[in-house]
Design a protein around this ligand. Structure first.
Ligand code: C2E
Ligand code: CA
Ligand code: CA
Length: 543
């Protein structure tokens, strides 16, 4: 993928990774905060009802117990019983004896009774005669709950006072402060007590959200509420949390992104791709020489990866990877274009010179290579008739019929096809020769053992005969010394390449060599710089 596309994809991914969760988070925040608060209030209301029910039922049970024991007067023994009962029963602050008219006769606490103003009185609930009353004590602020058990008829009754704060939980379920306003009221609506932690604007409806829960046992209701403004504060807290989390995510991704270029650089396929774009793959040219005349027959293009740091990487390092990744097709096209450009002028007036390109098996899997070669060289100064395409015998041929078709189509364009590394493959020579190639290139392995190993010599002899019969040319590769040149010549081989003549050369060196040993006829050379007439390849030419 190109860096531009990677950037676009990265931006899209960034928007999705950060934008989408943020947007969804914010979109869902309002609803979820309100839902969550509602649930908390339901829970709070259930706690109030449970607490109130527990305390009321204990008070009623205590009053029933005392009445059953006949405690109903201000006699010292009765007051004693009341005192003990108050002491033993947590929510009850005071027990008193009530006259049939509702007035308080005496209490376990003090003789100087405060005035008790009854604000409301209603039946406590089903299954009991007790009343739930809201009472104000003297001049004290606030009110108190009184559970009263009337005596019936002329009999005195009993009453228990329960402080309202004992009916409303003062801590949250987690043990922290309660985060909402709580109220408890009698069924007919008299406020018993409240625990206000957040300022509410009760005049404007809709500014608060709340829940009401009625006790099923007693005439008490719990009400919880929250000002909407506090929801906004919670949302802001959550938004801040969300923003922090998004920030953390962004930082992590940023750190990852910083590492990405390194990872990409470390990825050899990406490195090849980038080097290709940067023009770091360059053609080198190894001369192919006529060993009888010393004339130049052309060159084989051997790719080099010239890195910006000055190092030159050999094809053995990157070609296999370029092949498996499929980049070899782009690489080959790029090299062909470059050769066409830099060798065109030198080759234009030297029609006898050939230039060879190395192809891989997949080039012969379909006719794309035919179109590529035609397109690149059709209008080039390098003529199609000067092109040699080498296919290696090292790689097995998967589809012989298709490969033959592609070779024939290439030959139809006027190019020659060579079989490279002959003798090293596994396909068998006769099989390979069915491909109908124009040239066979004898591998260095045979060249090295000619004159040393009888078998190798015999194989080369066979190849020479075969080539003659099939009108194929032979080129010997990897020729490193004079003895080898002599042997090859004696075997009837005419063309060779190898370090004995020249290594693969950068274009400028190859062009210099070309001009030195293959000068243009005067007219064609007009306007060109004078060249040396010494033939640097002559030293390997055996007279
Ligand atoms: P090849 O096609 O058999 O190329 C000949 C190799 O032998 C080249 O190695 C060349 O530098 C080396 N050589 C030439 N003369 C001598 C010699 O006298 N002695 C020795 N020891 N070696 C010699 P290079 O350049 O490293 O290329 C290796 C292989 O990489 C090539 O083998 C070819 O198969 C592949 N290759 C090179 N360029 C390309 C390319 O543009 N495309 C493809 N598909 N493959 C390429
Ligand atoms: Ca080759
Ligand atoms: Ca070869």
């Amino acid at each position: 993928m190109s860096p531009r596309r990677i950037n676009i994809v990265a931006i899209a991914v960034g928007v999705l990774v950060f934008g989408l969760p943020s947007a969804v988070f914010n979109y869902r925040l309002n609803g979820s905060v309100e839902r969550q608060s509602q649930e908390e209030m339901n829970l709070g209301a259930r706690r109030i009802i449970a607490l109130a029910e527990g305390r009321i039922s204990r008070a009623i049970a205590l009053l029933d117990d005392l009445a059953a024991r006949g405690v109903n007067s201000c006699e010292p023994a009765h007051l004693d019983a009341l005192r003990q009962a108050t002491f033993a029963t947590t929510p009850v602050k005071e027990l008193s004896v009530i006259a049939p008219d509702g007035s308080t006769l005496c209490s376990d606490l003090s003789s100087s009774l405060e005035a008790r103003a009854v604000i409301s009185s209603e039946p406590a609930g089903e299954g009991t005669d007790a009343l739930i009353e809201v009472v104000r004590l003297g001049r004290r602020p606030g009110q108190i709950v009184r559970i009263t058990r009337p005596g019936g008829g002329t009999e005195n009754g009993l009453a228990a006072l329960i402080p309202t704060e004992l009916l409303i939980p003062q801590v949250s379920t987690q043990g922290g402060p309660v985060g909402m306003n709580s109220r408890i009221a009698t069924r007919n609506g008299t406020l018993i007590g409240e625990y206000i932690v957040l300022a509410e604007n009760s005049e404007t409806s809709g500014e608060n959200i709340g829940v009401d829960l009625k006790s099923e046992r007693y005439a008490v209701d719990a009400m919880l509420s929250l000002p909407r403004a506090s929801l906004a504060a919670r949302q802001n807290d959550l938004r801040a949390f969300g923003a922090i989390m998004t920030g953390v995510l962004a930082l992590l991704t940023f750190a990852f992104a910083l590492m990405l270029p390194k990872r990409q650089r470390d990825n050899p396929i990406v490195a090849i791709e980038q080097a290709l774009k940067a023009g770091e793959f360059v053609p080198y040219y190894q001369p192919v020489v006529d060993i009888r005349t010393g004339q130049l027959r052309g060159a084989e293009v051997l790719m080099r990866w010239c890195k910006p740091d000055g190092s030159v990487i050999l094809p053995g390092v990157f070609i296999p990877l370029a092949e498996t990744s499929g980049l070899i097709l782009d690489l080959t096209r790029a090299i062909m274009r470059q050769v066409s450009k830099e060798m065109g002028p030198a080759y234009a007036n030297r029609a006898h010179l050939k230039i060879g390109f190395n192809l891989v098996a997949r080039h012969f899997a379909d006719e794309d290579v035919v179109h590529d070669v035609n397109e690149i060289f059709r209008n080039s100064q390098l003529r199609l008739s000067q092109i040699v395409l080498e296919m290696t015998e090292r790689q097995p041929i998967e589809n012989l019929a298709e490969t033959r078709r592609v070779i024939a189509a290439l030959q139809g364009l006027g190019v020659q096809v060579a079989l490279d590394d002959v003798g090293t493959g596994h396909s068998g020579l006769s099989y390979m020769l069915k491909l109908g190639v124009d040239i066979i290139k004898i591998d260095k392995m045979f060249v090295d053992s000619i004159g040393i190993d009888r078998n190798s010599t015999a194989i080369v002899e066979t190849l020479v005969d075969l080539a003659a019969n099939m009108r194929m040319e032979i080129i010997a590769e990897g020729v490193e010394n004079f003895e080898q040149v002599v042997h090859l010549r004696n075997l009837g081989i005419r063309a060779a390449q190898g370090f004995v003549f020249a290594p693969p050369l950068p274009s400028s060196s190859f062009i210099q060599l070309l001009e030195a040993i293959d000068p243009l006829p005067k007219r064609a050379a007009e306007g060109q710089a004078p060249v040396s007439r010494r033939n640097p390849l002559r030293r390997a030419q055996v007279a």
